[in-house]
Design a protein around this ligand. Structure first.
Ligand code: NOJ
Ligand code: CA
Length: 560
């Protein structure tokens, strides 16, 4: 299937996120790799996706899973080579699948050539000016320069001596100490990233996912200011917080857009920006990155009211900017949606995760059912849908990773207050049994639980009603049904049921409540996320795909 030159291909695309280290291992070293992805192109094609987004695959010591990049223009030798990357890209393109790569512009790793040069250089040197080095406070400079917090450590400042530096300065890192922040007021940094974007775009990469897009520009005017911090503080709508979502950051993306538009079709980009919806639209404007992740559903319960208001706000904001919105239920940073929805909404998820899931029961089946219903709902909305690998299998979070095998700095560096994100990054199960459930021929780099076999691609393939087959049918239908980016809400007799349609008569009804919902007369049933019922009763041992009643935690698609 040849790729088109349509410059709007991304507006309502279905994008599948791959975490390469945990997708498929081709050489038995326990780490997923590029050849592993090549070996599963048939699988990806069977999902009817438009593109994949690859989590960082660059050389890295994995202080943050790969978001600590040593070299932006190479492939980690543990994952493959540039030649293998090119082969993967060509083969994916042959089957009509485009590729996004992850760009990490806020910080490099401490092993990046530039950082090594900076540490060896004098204060005030050009090499140090690519990063953010400052003298400390206190009589002997023994205190960090400001109160800036790090996501993975108490302070965003580490003393250079921790990296072998000898000049009593501190360097800034909003994440782990191995992730020094670039100085985006330095033109050399801007130019180097343009070179990186061009490097991948010239190879044929179709799009870019931009990591922490809202943090690049900081207020570096002297003297450096502390960041306001008090309970409930939010970055101001005026764009003048010291660290985040500053107005100047948009100049960077305008320049990137000019580069993207020199390609045919123009390269696309999606911003990861944790900012308020009113501000997010700047990142996704057609003059800038074009698209931004809409993370509101990550926080939502499986609740009709919350979904409805998030959908309305998101569509309105995106439309006002001429962009299309995005729908995301999970990614490599989040507890898997099946697990979130299998927990009572009142449960403190962090405490629960830290207890290895022992403080409250998890209703595994209901969780998968609700997550599948939610997935079919977002697939039917106007906009672009992101799926994270394993969601199509109905995978739950893995909760019992032994402490000595945890890899995530979120846990290791943050005084163990958050068990971290490894639970959604465990290597995929491809087969029912066998070494690492078919992930590779040997072990998996994170331990897989015994229940993975029953959630494997082998166990679910060809089984009517499995999560995988439900996704496959839905994704194939979605491709045919995509309609203009409009949505009409229809009133329902139950406030816990949402019903909307698209201009071509594609109806989507989701039951968030506990009662059966009669949808008689809407149209012909196309597909449902679970068995339907007649007069509130499941037929055919719960496998019925016909009936007029929508059971709880189920979505149905109809053609009017
Ligand atoms: C956001 C990424 O999604 C996350 O995994 C990473 O830890 C941070 N950015 C830092 O790069
Ligand atoms: Ca490998």
């Amino acid at each position: 299937m040849a790729l088109t030159l349509d410059k709007n291909w991304w507006r309502q695309a279905l994008i599948y996120q791959i975490y390469p280290r945990s997708f498929k291992d081709s050489n038995g070293d326990g780490i997923g790799d590029i050849n592993g992805i090549i070996s599963k192109i048939d699988y990806l094609a069977s999902l009817n996706i438009d593109a994949i987004w690859l989590f960082p695959f660059y050389p890295s010591a994995l202080a943050d899973g790969g978001y600590d990049v040593d070299d932006y223009r190479d492939v980690d030798p543990k994952l493959g080579t540039l030649a293998e990357f090119d082969e993967m890209l060509a083969k994916l393109h042959e089957v009509g699948i485009r590729v996004f790569v992850d760009i990490v512009p806020n910080h490099s790793s401490n092993r990046h050539e530039w950082f090594k040069e900076a540490i060896a250089a004098e204060p005030g040197s050009a090499a140090r000016n690519r990063y953010i080095f400052r003298d400390g406070k206190g009589a002997n400079g023994e205190l960090p320069p400001t109160n800036w917090p790090s996501h993975f450590a108490p302070s965003a400042w580490s003393h250079e001596s921790t990296q072998g530096g000898k000049h009593n300065q501190w360097y800034c890192h909003l994440f782990a100490p191995e992730q020094p922040d670039f100085n985006w007021d330095n033109r050399e940094v801007e130019e180097d990233f343009l070179k990186t974007l061009k490097f991948w775009a010239d190879r044929g990469v179709d799009g870019f996912r931009i990591d922490v897009a809202h943090a690049l520009k900081k207020d570096l005017s002297e003297p450096l200011k502390d960041q306001h911090r008090y309970p409930g503080y939010e970055n101001p709508l005026t764009g003048d917080d010291v660290l985040f979502d500053r107005n100047e950051v948009h100049e960077i993306y305008k320049e990137w857009r000019r580069l993207f538009d020199t390609y045919n079709p123009p390269r696309v980009a999606v911003a990861e920006a944790y900012v308020r919806p009113e501000r997010l639209v700047h990142y996704s404007s057609p003059e800038e990155l074009g698209q931004a992740f809409n993370f509101q559903l990550l926080e939502a319960d499986f609740n009709a009211h919350e979904y409805r208001s998030i959908i309305d706000i998101s569509l309105r904001e995106a439309k006002a900017q001429g962009s299309s919105t995005t729908w995301v239920l999970g990614n490599h940073d989040q507890v898997r949606p099946a697990t979130r929805y299998g927990l009572h909404p009142s449960v403190d998820r962090l405490r629960w995760k830290n207890s290895d899931g022992t403080t409250h029961p998890l209703d595994r089946e209901t969780g998968v059912k609700a997550a599948t219903a939610a997935a079919m709902l977002i697939m039917a909305l106007p906009g672009c849908t992101y799926i994270y690998q394993g969601e199509e299998l109905g995978l739950h979070e893995v909760l019992d990773i032994p402490e000595d095998q945890i890899q995530d700095p979120q846990y290791l560096r943050n005084h163990k207050v958050d068990k971290g994100r490894d639970g959604c990054r465990v290597p995929l199960p491809w087969t029912r049994t066998g070494s690492s459930f078919g992930f590779g021929t040997a072990h998996a780099h994170l331990p897989q639980p015994s229940w993975f076999g029953e959630k494997s691609v082998e166990a679910e393939s060809g089984v009517a009603g499995s999560t995988l087959e439900t996704f496959r049918t839905a994704l194939a239908l979605r491709k045919k049904l995509i309609a203009p980016e409009e949505l009409t809400w229809h009133e329902t007799s139950d406030a816990k049921v949402l019903h909307f349609s698209r201009p071509n008569g594609w109806h989507c009804i989701t039951n968030f409540g506990r009662n059966f919902y009669d949808f008689r007369g809407v149209g012909t049933i196309l597909h449902s996320s679970g068995p339907l019922a007649t007069k509130g009763i499941f037929t055919l041992h719960g496998m019925a795909t016909s009936g007029n009643d929508l059971p709880p935690a189920t979505t149905v698609w109809l053609q009017a």
